[in-house]
Write a protein that binds this ligand. Structure first.
Ligand SMILES: Cc1cc2nc3c(=O)[nH]c(=O)nc-3n(C[C@H](O)[C@H](O)[C@H](O)COP(=O)(O)OP(=O)(O)OC[C@H]3O[C@@H](n4cnc5c(N)ncnc54)[C@H](O)[C@@H]3O)c2cc1C
Length: 519
């Protein structure tokens, strides 16, 4: 019998600390593993790492490897298997431009369908053999004398002339530091490490957090649990999700009329792109969306008291705008409770909130997001002067040139780096822009026999000033909220403050003049 089937978990069997540790399993390197060299090593093989691998393959370059700690491609979509997991940008935009998928069954696809798509793309381009699966990069160090990166991994040492750091921005679960959490005797897991062994039927389940993952999880599990407590610190703004199943005719058209699919994608792209005006440039233009969100909430929740608690106290767009048609309405059910008091303590079988109320729980789901601005991986990458990326970011903030290169870190290209996040459109568009830039940089280095490139501090600082100027008028800075977009200095180092096509233009060509070159 699995522990999931156990009516009452044996003491310690559901030990929280044990399970939280198991989320991040380090593998030991075989001591005698020989060191391997590749011209380019990509760390991380999610959508960004995969796009890079495909680009290299398509250009006829074979001297590269992708180190991936998981056992399959997919990244986000391999890891986030929680009930209700789905994209919140329409699938026809949330796909690579070079492999449209005529087979999407819905306008907003679920996790399994997206993961199938990603695996299918990797197969189609034959890049699985460039992946080293189960290989976790534990450190990367620039060796100036050799003009190379030395990468220690769970499978031994690798060296590379160039590193593409594609380890993901929403990849490392953020685990709350709650008093007593280690003493919880039920099951506890993060939304990105869903424990499918645990059957929630008839259980008292606590979902901590009300962000993008939580609002998908809550309606998906509400029907099977005995009691659902939703712990909310700040209410999210929620707009309707225009999700529907595609008809057989539409799917036929997607499959047999490629220009129709391209047009649909283009229309969706521009419809989403328009939101950048309100988010980044003129927050007052967000007002109609706020009115729509309020009207939607009013329709879903009749109780004025509950509605007040579900109404955000900041401008729409300041935190990520969420999409759902059934999140608010689950609170109509008697067994679903919104808890807005802070969590003071977790005990063996309960959660205690600040007023002293005790809420019994069998399972705790931590829908608490990711370590975005303080990724632990930053502490494992060491630049030219021996300092880690984490230390550099501690000093000067998450400064980065075009979201991709960082002074003191030669020949390293960071994908989905600082200020490349979008609140309004597909991240794949940004990823493909960065891959253009990296591919052109590497081609330029080869053509001009350049051994190393390192962004000039002046170029990085001037780019940072441009970002700050633009961000100062954005809803993220003026909307009156604290969000995961902000780093510990209070600076928004996550979002791209403009149209995604502006970023595409900036990254079209490798601008060699912004770099120190060594030959
Ligand atoms: C639940 C969820 C839903 C989302 N929905 C959308 C959406 O609808 N639209 C949108 O635009 N974006 C969405 N995103 C953002 C999404 O993360 C990006 O769109 C995209 O998947 C990022 O790809 P990536 O390759 O940069 O990162 P990831 O997909 O996170 O991939 C990083 C990879 O690096 C590997 N890795 C990390 N560290 C190491 C290491 N040290 N050694 C070896 N391998 C390592 C990881 O195992 C992982 O496979 C969503 C994110 C989440 C979490």
């Amino acid at each position: 019998m699995s522990s999931a089937d156990s009516p009452t978990p044996a003491p310690g069997a559901g030990n929280a600390a044990e399970k939280l540790d198991a989320m991040d399993v380090p593998r030991d390197a075989p001591r005698d593993a020989p060191s391997r060299h590749a011209h380019v090593i990509v760390i991380g093989g999610g959508l960004a790492g995969l796009a890079t691998a495909i680009r290299f393959r398509s250009e006829g370059s074979d001297d590269f490897l992708v180190l991936e700690r998981g056992d399959e491609v997919g990244g986000t979509w391999r890891d986030n298997t929680y009930p209700g997991a789905a994209c919140d940008v329409p699938s026809h935009v949330y796909s690579y431009s070079f492999v449209l998928n005529p087979n999407w069954t819905r306008s907003f696809s679920g996790q399994a369908e997206i993961q199938d798509y990603i695996v299918g793309v990797a197969r189609r381009y034959g890049v699985h053999d460039k992946y080293v699966f189960g290989c976790e990069a534990t450190s990367a160090r620039w060796i100036d004398s050799a003009a190379q990166w030395e990468i220690e991994t769970s499978m031994g040492r690798f060296t590379a002339d160039v590193v593409v750091a594609a380890f993901g921005a929403l990849c490392e679960p953020s685990l709350p530091d709650i008093h007593g959490i280690d003493t919880f005797e039920g099951h506890i897991f993060h939304s990105a490490r869903w424990n499918h062994e645990v059957d929630l039927t008839g259980k008292k389940v606590a979902v901590v957090g009300t962000g993008a993952s939580a609002i998908q999880i809550v309606p998906a599990i509400a029907g099977k649990v005995a009691e659902l407590q939703v712990y909310q610190r700040t209410a999210p703004w929620i707009l309707p999700r225009l999700d529907r199943r595609y008809s057989a005719l539409e799917r036929l058209a997607h499959r047999h009329v490629p220009s129709y699919q391209r047009l649909l994608r283009l229309a969706l792209y521009w419809a989403h792109e328009a939101q950048a005006v309100g988010l980044a440039k003129k927050p007052r233009l967000m007002k109609p969306l706020e009115l729509l969100a309020r009207a939607k909430l009013r329709l879903a929740v009749r109780d004025p008291g509950l509605r007040r608690r579900l109404t955000p106290d900041y401008g729409i767009g300041c935190k990520r705008i969420l999409l759902s048609n059934n999140y608010h309405s689950v609170f109509r059910h008697d067994h679903v409770r919104l808890v807005t008091a802070g969590i003071a303590e977790v005990r063996a079988n309960s959660i205690v909130t600040t007023g002293g109320a005790v809420h019994d729980a069998d399972v705790i789901v931590l829908a608490t997001g990711f370590q975005v601005t303080d990724s632990p991986t930053y502490r494992r990458i060491f630049g030219r002067d021996g300092r880690s990326l984490g230390e550099v970011f501690d000093d000067v903030g998450r400064q980065c040139y075009k979201g991709t290169t960082i002074a003191n870190f030669p020949n390293m290209f960071l994908l989905v780096g600082p200020n490349t996040g979008l609140g309004h459109n597909s991240m794949i568009f940004m990823i493909e822009s960065q891959v253009n830039y990296v591919a052109d940089a590497i081609a330029t280095m080869r053509r001009r026999r350049i051994r190393s490139v390192e962004v000039r501090t002046e170029a990085q600082e001037s780019f940072g000033r441009m970002l700050r100027r633009r961000l100062s008028g954005s809803v993220w800075n003026t909307g009156g909220c604290a969000s995961w977009y902000l780093d510990k200095h209070g600076a928004n180092t996550t979002m791209w403050p403009g149209f995604s096509f502006e970023f595409r233009r900036l990254t079209r060509k490798f601008d060699v003049d912004a770099y120190h070159l060594s030959t």
